[in-house]
Design a protein around this ligand. Sequence first.
Ligand SMILES: [Fe+2]
Length: 274
Amino acid sequence: MTLKVRPLSPTIGAEIIGMDPREPLNQNSVEFLRKVWLEFGVVFIRGYKLTDAQHASLCSNLGKIQAERTAPESESESHPGMLFVSNFKENAILPGGEMWFHSDQCYFETPVSATSLYAIEIPSSGGHTIFCDCSEAYQDLSEELKSRLEGKLAMNVYDYQSNNRYFKSEERTVGAPEAPHPVVRTHPETGRKSLFINRLMTDCILGIEERESREILEFLFDHMEKEQYLYDHKWKPCDLSIWDNRCTLHARTNYDLAERRLLRRYAVEGDKPY
Ligand SMILES: [Fe+2]
């Protein structure tokens, strides 16, 4: 079957049509998947019932499956690297409603390069994933701001009690994972620059006054979260997504926790941002 791409928004996200992820992909299909992933930031393949192993096999076309580091107790014993995101399933992660924009594991030295979610049960409304194109958002900044951000590092922290820039470091949970990364990251495969900060986990820009850091971050978060850089995905069961975690952010909208939401997650190992 001929492989086709259907863009999902003017800037970010595309659906691949004609690719059956239940079978191992041939080399042509693997190259196609990688190309669309790199070009559109988020790939969807829809309508196929996928087992744990089929899902893992598809993701491994983009690299080595990342063993779980944040919640290793939630990782599947039979399928390393597999977790469930759910509000009802035992051992699942991230059971709550709304989540602010973030990139996965930016609080580690080597954040994952790709994250994949596969929808199993979806509430009747809400619980969308909104994706943000951080390359386009960077391109549209003024030259003055781009040069101000050049070479700057930001501290990213995993601490959902005090996970944003309004809290000082002494108020953080002791031992919360954190990592400094460039505010502007260069993509290791495409060479494109993008903003690598986010409202949920970026605490401050290092080496400048706290007030200035807050002002710049607030401006950048508002800028990145403008409609023109976003794709709002309303999940259906059997939707599979793989996003490029190096140049996109994602957020979750609220939903009624009385309804069931269950997605399966795998991630792919990444490099140290530069
Ligand atoms: Fe996430």
